[in-house]
Design a binder for this molecule. Sequence first.
Ligand SMILES: [Zn+2]
Length: 372
Amino acid sequence: MLPDIENLLKLQVADKEIRRLQDEIAEFPKHVFVIEQKLAGTKSQLEKAQASVKADEANRRKFDTAIADLRGKITKYRDQSLDVKTNDQYKALLHEIQFAEKEIAGNEDKILELMVNADARDKEVKAAQAELKAETAEIEKEKEQARQRTAEDEKLLVEWRAKRDAIRTGINEDLLRQFERVSKFRGTGISEVRDHKCMACQVMLRPQTYNEIRSGQRIIICDSCQRVLYFNAADELIDQKAARPRRHHPKIDAPQAWYYRSEFGDISEAYLVLTNAKGQASRRVYDVHTGRLVGDILIREGDYRQAFPEDITGAIRLNGSWPESEVDSWGTELPMVVIDALQADLDLSRHESASGSHVKPPAPPSTEQAAS
Ligand SMILES: [Zn+2]
């Protein structure tokens, strides 16, 4: 992997961590506000209970005063009754006294009622006080934890910012600008390439571009999303293990056989197609990177196995079969669908070798690789 790519990946980790810490620190006052709201609710409950107790006490005093007044009246009526001249006057005073006594009884009932209620009120106040005390302690603890967490976050933030600055200095300036510009708008500035695709925008890459990224020759930007592209062999292997279907093995007696060679003459990677027809064998060679036909179509006598043994030795046999007339119609360049199909089968074949208990050595012509 190119050092710039490694640094961009580290930078991405640092950026993400910095954002997370900033978000967490910003959450602190909101969190405190929510817990204080809860505390305010309990406080107002207590205040209501206490206000009820006070109101009851005021009522109690009112009833006591009323009773005292009524008793005073009764004494006055009794004194007056000693001086009355007529029976009617006496009866009237007696009536007043009875009325006052009834009023006193009414007030006494109300006081009794308040006394019964007072027990319940008292319990309400005590419960609210206990709740408030417990909540206050809990909330103070929570606030203290949040404060400590925030202090730790702030310390980490300083460290990560220093790390980020150090990573940034190790990256090519133009590349860094590209990465940060795309990051700002898209959230990420770098994307992994897997299965010939940019994993961020899912656009398929040309085989040549894919191979260049895979081999880590130079930095390539995704045409579609502008992210810096990179390849991670370990991830691809995991991906293949999880998602790849089983590969069909090419038929050994097929009249047409496709091969991949990691080197062929002057070109670095080549696809070969060998075809048997009317007692003769033909051979076409294509450049893997460009899909173009290399050299002339070679024709030899006999079966292709006997005719081109040196081409088959050490080559990877691939799935693929197209009628001769169709291969002719392609002219000097493989169609994109054919390139994709061959590339996909090559990947599967490589995965098969890599994930097997052992990697087979280059096979002799009679037991060619992947055809056995
Ligand atoms: Zn992309």
